[in-house]
Design a protein around this ligand. Structure first.
Ligand code: ATP
Length: 243
């Protein structure tokens, strides 16, 4: 249900030894919306996603999913609670075929479905990303950058996430491919009403599909507003968003 999918991050603090990468970060991401997390290199964006998904341990704060606090839980528990993390840099297994890579996604998540449902889910991912359907028996090594990005997002969708964490899906892609991938993300959210937290350095593109945005600088939230309002703020754009 809708309320179960709200991701409410409160006062999250994460340190790497002496470095405080996140310093009391609060971000609210609602179901059926794309929430952008923006900011320069080193702002803490990747650390935010890694802390939410349990890959690194925060030292303080809460990660509430539908009211349940997942902060400090093992990554596997968080994945089974419905949080899928697509890390930066793709992470396809290049020796496996497209379909084998997609099937790996079924191993994560809630695993509550039967085989017929899984096949239906796979078919819907192919429907969403036709280039993957055409290349289902090809090894992933042969895919373009945009197709690889579709593959890792498709793999995450096969775990039937309530919350999708996307780390820089535009990285290394041509502008036209970025527009295509972002359009697919928007369609997905509108159709399935999942919660998407979209980390991007490409602030202009991210805000064009986002509902709300949070701007990080040196581990702190320095601005948050409707995506349109952020994009219209010339000072903020100049200081933090690079466009
Ligand atoms: P980028 O866009 O460059 O990935 P980011 O906003 O995602 O930047 P993070 O990668 O979260 O930022 O890094 C936040 C801070 O934490 C930086 O100062 C970074 O150097 C530091 N940091 C990140 N990972 C580690 C680590 N494993 N060990 C020590 N410091 C780290």
């Amino acid at each position: 249900g809708g309320r179960d999918r709200e991701l409410d991050i409160r006062g999250l603090t994460t340190r790497y030894g002496p470095v405080t990468a996140l310093d009391g970060v609060s971000v609210l991401a609602r179901p059926g919306e794309v929430t952008a997390v923006l900011g320069a290199n080193g702002a803490g964006k990747t650390t935010l996603l890694r802390t939410v998904s349990g890959l690194v341990k925060g030292s303080d704060g809460a990660v509430l999913l539908g009211g349940r606090d997942l902060a400090g839980a093992p990554a596997e528990t968080i994945a089974r609670a419905g949080v899928a993390h697509v890390p930066e840099g793709r992470g396809v297994i290049t020796e496996l075929t497209v379909e084998e890579n997609l099937r790996l996604g079924e191993l994560l998540g809630s695993a509550r479905r039967g085989k017929a449902d899984k096949n239906e889910r796979l078919a819907s991912v192919y429907g969403m990303f036709p280039p993957l359907a055409q290349r289902r028996r090809q090894v992933a090594n042969s895919l373009s950058g945009g197709e690889r990005q579709m593959l890792v997002i498709g793999r995450a969708l096969l775990s039937e996430p309530e919350v999708l964490l996307l780390d820089e899906p535009s990285l290394g892609l041509a502008p036209r491919v970025v527009a295509q991938i972002f359009g697919l993300i928007r369609d997905l959210v509108d159709r399935e009403r999942i919660t998407v937290l979209l980390v991007e350095q490409n602030a202009r593109s991210a805000l064009s599909i986002a509902d709300t945005g949070f701007v990080l600088n040196l581990g702190r939230v320095v601005a948050s507003d409707d995506a349109e309002a952020l994009a219209a703020d010339a000072e903020l754009r100049h200081a933090y968003l690079g466009f």
